[in-house]
Design a protein around this ligand. Structure first.
Ligand code: GDP
Ligand code: MG
Length: 287
């Protein structure tokens, strides 16, 4: 049996979440961190005849770090990737130009001394900037072109993933303690991470580095509806204003993006109550 942890890494919008969802379809289970498995939150667990895989989908936290707090956060994220990983999927989107953020992520990828597969996504589109990514072919033994959206070449990718995962006698997760196929979102960390990712995608400059997310409640109303209460904390009233946006538009978008992603991953209806608060002390309390 083959099993291991696969890290999905790439700029925001390259298609990581789409790839994960379409790669393993409904066989997704999201769970809280388990000490016997990995150190970081488990994103998705997948099992089939060939073995078990834990996929970790990284949120968009690679923007240019300006102050010490954000540097700390970036460093911590990068460190987490060095441990417990068996395989890296580095995902690129050649419909867009390479940029600073892309270079930074490549820097992190280079530092991880594990097998790596370069995944060129969005091949259903014109890959206008493919020449800018050409040089990567020398760095990666395995390169595969896919369309995460149209599920093109995903079977081949899964084959390659299992090819690189280590042979192990023991399963990663004891299925007896893990009803399968299981879908639950009992992980506050996981949900907070998704909300934070959306904050990164929707706000500019230092705002995302000045926020943290707390998930207060997750209540399974019935097996179809889950209620989630979460708060975005930020250090300053002016950031709070930016997070809420004109007529509450920004926070609405952040909330609805989060809800959609959670609904896709869990196959349940999500009711999300999301608010923004100013708390100048959170950096000292939580970091
Ligand atoms: P992430 O930020 O890396 O997780 O990216 P997402 O999975 O959220 O995808 C970002 C956007 O790219 C979404 O609008 C997707 O529908 C789109 N997308 C993802 N994969 C593909 C693909 O293979 N082809 C096309 N045309 N669009 C894609
Ligand atoms: Mg994503």
């Amino acid at each position: 049996m083959k099993n291991g942890v696969v890290l999905l890494i790439g700029r925001p919008n390259v298609g990581k979440s789409t790839l994960l969802n379409n790669l393993i379809g409904q066989k997704v289970a999201i769970t809280s961190p388990k000490p016997q498995t990995t150190r970081f939150p488990i994103r998705a667990f997948y099992q089939e005849e060939r073995g078990q895989v834990i996929f970790v989908d990284t949120p968009g936290i690679f923007n240019k770090a300006k102050d010490t707090l954000s540097k700390k956060i970036n460093l911590r994220a990068a460190k987490a990737y060095e441990e417990d990983i068996d395989l890296v999927l580095y995902i690129v989107d050649p419909t867009r130009k390479r940029d600073f953020e892309e270079a930074k992520i490549l820097g992190i990828v280079r530092k991880i001394e594990k097998p790596k597969i370069l995944v060129i996504n969005k091949t259903d589109q014109e890959l206008k900037y493919l020449p800018l990514y050409k040089f990567l072919e020398e760095e990666f033994k395995e390169i595969i072109q896919v369309s995460a959206l149209n599920k093109k070449n995903l079977k081949v990718l899964l084959e390659k993933i299992f090819q690189y995962l280590p042979e192990k006698k023991e399963p990663l997760i004891d299925i007896k303690n893990f009803p399968f196929p299981a879908m639950n979102i009992d992980s506050k960390t996981f949900i907070a991470e998704i909300i934070r990712e959306k904050v990164f995608l929707q706000t500019r400059n230092e705002v995302p580095y000045r926020t943290m997310v707390l998930v207060d409640e997750i209540i399974e109303r019935n097996n179809k509806l889950t209620y989630i209460k979460a708060r975005i904390l930020t250090t300053d009233d002016r950031y709070k204003k930016m997070l809420i946006g004109e007529n509450g538009r920004k926070i609405k978008v952040i909330g609805s993006m989060t809800r959609k992603e959670l609904e896709l991953a869990t196959n349940k209806k999500i009711y999300l109550e999301l608010t923004v608060e100013t708390d100048p002390h959170w950096p000292e309390v939580y970091y």
